[in-house]
Every structure is written in structure tokens, then in C-alpha cells.
Ligand binder design. Structure first.
Ligand code: ATP
Length: 229
């Protein structure tokens, strides 16, 4: 679905991402695991077209102009911004219309996603009153509003309390069967629970990748020590 070749990003003299190669297959749930500063966010921002690589290529399974990449990808940043005075429903409608949907389509999609993310009962509450986990689930709904082929979620559970974290992990488990997901985390157990393919990054480089069960066998279920929690 996406073929990344020799992808590199430099910020002045900092090499945030250092010549990585990766293939994402349709239907996979891929976890990008790595400590702070590993280059996960920078990789996501390049994939989403928000920043340009210094060198290397990102090849999609179809021709997509840079400006259309946001239709192909639904991106939830690590620190999403919500209009807190709006209700969850109003917010999703707005996001749907901003992504080019008709009002009727946006309404239908918003209703569906509110149900799917367990927010139907809270849809007329202001977002400011949502818990961290509810906000994150709304963020996932927002990223999915335009039915992207690939969902990219930057550390979707790292800022959450245990209840919110469990709710979001359960949601990701249900979404797995219907879309391709690439998400980042620095917690190995989250990656193991949700993903089927694991990519470990450290200091801008991919230091390990493979099917989760193969890596578990290889490391005999020991914690993989790449500076990861
Ligand atoms: P975290 O878990 O902390 O978000 P990460 O794996 O997402 O970490 P990145 O945010 O991609 O890592 O950062 C990789 C490196 O690039 C870090 O050293 C960071 O300081 C640097 N970096 C990222 N964005 C910029 C920028 N806009 N300007 C300068 N340096 C940057």
C-alpha cells in the first residue's frame, strides 16, 4: 500500500529520520515503537504530507498528488486540537464539511462514528466536558470522518489514565478489521496487543521490524531492549 525508501529528514544539523525503508501492507495494523525522539512523529508527518522529506521516496499504491494525501490518510496528531466549546457531534460535522463532504453525508458519517467510538450518548455534550479517553476517541472519529484508506495515530494512548487507555485500545482492536492502522507508542505491551506488525525505531533508524508473533518468538517474549519502556 505504501513503500518507503531511504526516507530521511534533517532539521538543520539534527537527523530526525535516517534513511528508513518500510513497506505497509493493506489491512495491517502496524505499531511504530520507540522512545522519545526516535523519529516517529517526523515519519508520520512526512507520510501525511505535512513536511517534506530531505531525501528518499514515499510511494503509494495509487497516484496521489501531495495536496490529496489528506483524503487518503486520516491523521491524529499526538496533541490534537479540539474546539472545546463545540459538542462532539458539531465538531465531527464541521470536520466532515471541511474535508469536502456534503452536510447530509457528514451527518450520516458522524452518527456512525459516534456510535463506533462509544460516544453516541455524549454527542450533544461539549468537548470541554469529555474525559481524556473520550477526547482521544473523538480524535480517532475525526481522523476517520472522510473514510481514509490509512489511519495514522501518533501515541493515541500515551497521555491517558488506565480507563481511557483501555477504552482506546479496545476501540483500536475493533477498528483493525476495517482499516489499515499505523500507530506509535513507546509501550511494548500496547504494540503487542494491538498490532500484527512491529517496527522499532531508535535515534532515527529502524532497528527491528517483523510480524509480532515472529519477534515474540525471536526474543522469547523478553522485553525488547531498544531503549524502550
Ligand atoms: P516523541 O515520542 O517524543 O514524540 P518521536 O519519536 O515522535 O518522539 P520526533 O518528534 O520525530 O520523535 O523527533 C525526532 C528528533 O527530531 C528529535 O531529536 C526532535 O527534537 C527533532 N525534531 C523534531 N521536529 C523538529 C523540528 N521541527 N525542528 C527541529 N528538530 C526537530
Amino acid at each position: 500500500m505504501i513503500h518507503i525508501q531511504s526516507l530521511q529528514k534533517k532539521f538543520q544539523n539534527i537527523e530526525a529520520v535516517s534513511s528508513i525503508n518500510l513497506k505497509l501492507e493493506e489491512g495491517q495494523t502496524i505499531a511504530l515503537l520507540g522512545p522519545n525522539g526516535a523519529g516517529k512523529t517526523t515519519t508520520f508527518r512526512m507520510l501525511s504530507g505535512l513536511i517534506k522529506p530531505t531525501s528518499g521516496t514515499i510511494q503509494f499504491d495509487q497516484v496521489i498528488p501531495n495536496s490529496d494525501r489528506r483524503h487518503y490518510i486520516g491523521y491524529l496528531p499526538q496533541y490534537p486540537h479540539f474546539h472545546g466549546w463545540m459538542t462532539g457531534y458539531e465538531f465531527l460535522l464541521l470536520m466532515g464539511e471541511l474535508s469536502g463532504m456534503t452536510k447530509a453525508d457528514a451527518k450520516e458519517r458522524a452518527e456512525l462514528l459516534l456510535k463506533k467510538t462509544g460516544l453516541a450518548e455524549a454527542k450533544h455534550k461539549r468537548i470541554n466536558g469529555y474525559s481524556g479517553g473520550m477526547k482521544q476517541r473523538l480524535g480517532i472519529a475525526q481522523a476517520m470522518i472522510h473514510q481514509p484508506k490509512l489511519l495514522i495515530l501518533d501515541e493515541p494512548v500515551s497521555s491517558l489514565d488506565p480507563v481511557g487507555r483501555r477504552d482506546v485500545l479496545n476501540l483500536l482492536k475493533t477498528l483493525k478489521s476495517e482499516t489499515t492502522i499505523l500507530f506509535s507508542t513507546h509501550i511494548l505491551s500496547d504494540a503487542e496487543e494491538i498490532s500484527d506488525y512491529l517496527v522499532v525505531m531508535n535515534q532515527g533508524k529502524i532497528v527491528e521490524q517483523g510480524q509480532v508473533h515472529d519477534l515474540e518468538k525471536k526474543y522469547q517474549k523478553q522485553i525488547i531492549k531498544f531503549g524502550v519502556d
